[in-house]
Design a protein around this ligand. Structure first.
Ligand code: P6P
Length: 281
């Protein structure tokens, strides 16, 4: 696993440099989710592909920026899915963005997930790695990622990050308002899931939501590239991750770019979401 962590760290340093110095204009391409790709998206994708290609143990990689998975080494063991630069359009309004990685053994299915990682590019560059029951925080200093501490979620938090649209919240808007908005939660939502979830993890807990909507019942966030990696991290840190009813890590995408409604948070908040959803049935 160390060569994979090292490759992710090398990718992060190169991507941070690209953010700092490169043109962030739009390319003429679209990704598999129909989003116009930023030159930075394409560049970040190529950087990660290059770094992971140098590891013998990697069998296949799948990127949010590519239509299909790519086999690197038939004798490899690890399958790695990544979102090279999530929320990249936030770079041109100077907000934090991130890279997300899900690491699997043998197949891109949640039961084969063995580790996950994200990098957040903000005022500082930080990396969080979940593996073997621990969630560890690293800080980039003088060109090296230094270990800082382990991350644990409290039973109950103070932050509410409600993503999505009016259509998402209409069915249970009032209940969620009474549950979370009225009970003194601090609203923290930047539109970048990596910094939004990083804040909840570092400040002891709370709730991040991106529900399904009447027009998009399966939500917006991609299972392999965004939902599963954060679900693995939140569960390892002592929290939960559901689609409103079941653990998201019990779901299997039919297609590599499938999405799922998702709620990540401390146990108390997620139990509240589950009861609100049950009440809607
Ligand atoms: P909305 C960024 O585009 C992203 O994929 C996530 O990082 C973020 O949580 C979500 O979409 C924001 O979506 O609909 O609130 O703009």
């Amino acid at each position: 696993m160390n060569p994979i962590l090292t490759a992710i760290q090398k990718s992060a340093i190169r991507i941070k440099h690209a953010i700092d110095v490169k043109d962030i204009g739009y390319s003429q391409e679209q990704n598999s989710s129909g989003e116009t790709q930023l030159q930075l998206d394409i560049q970040s994708d190529l950087i990660i592909e290059e770094e992971l290609s140098q590891i013998e143990g990697v069998h296949t990689i799948a990127s949010e920026e590519k239509e299909e998975p790519m086999i690197l080494n038939e004798n490899g063991h690890y399958f790695i899915a990544f979102d090279p630069l999530d929320g990249s359009s936030l770079v041109d309004v100077n907000l934090s963005v991130g890279s997300i990685f899900g690491i699997y053994e043998g197949a891109f299915t949640p039961e084969k997930m063995v580790a996950s990682c994200y990098v957040v590019y903000g005022p500082r560059v930080e990396l969080v790695f979940a593996y073997e029951g621990k969630v560890k925080l690293y800080l980039l200093q003088n060109g090296e990622f230094e270990y800082v501490k382990e991350i644990h979620l409290n039973e109950k938090g103070k932050i509410n990050a409600p993503g999505g649209t009016q259509q998402c919240w209409a069915p249970f808007h009032k209940t969620m308002i009474d549950s979370f908005f009225a009970r003194g939660y601090r609203l923290r939502y930047s539109g970048g899931m990596v910094p939004d979830l990083h804040q909840i993890l570092l400040k002891g807990g709370g709730l991040f939501s991106y529900p399904g909507a009447s027009d998009k019942p399966e939500g917006k966030l991609r299972m392999l590239f965004e939902v599963f990696p954060f679900a693995f991290i939140f569960e390892t840190a002592g929290g939960k991750a559901v689609d409103g009813t079941i653990r998201v890590l019990e779901k299997n995408p039919r297609h590599v770019h499938d999405t799922s409604p998702c709620f990540f948070g401390s146990c108390d908040e997620i139990n509240e979401v589950i009861s609100v959803y049950a009440g809607q049935q």
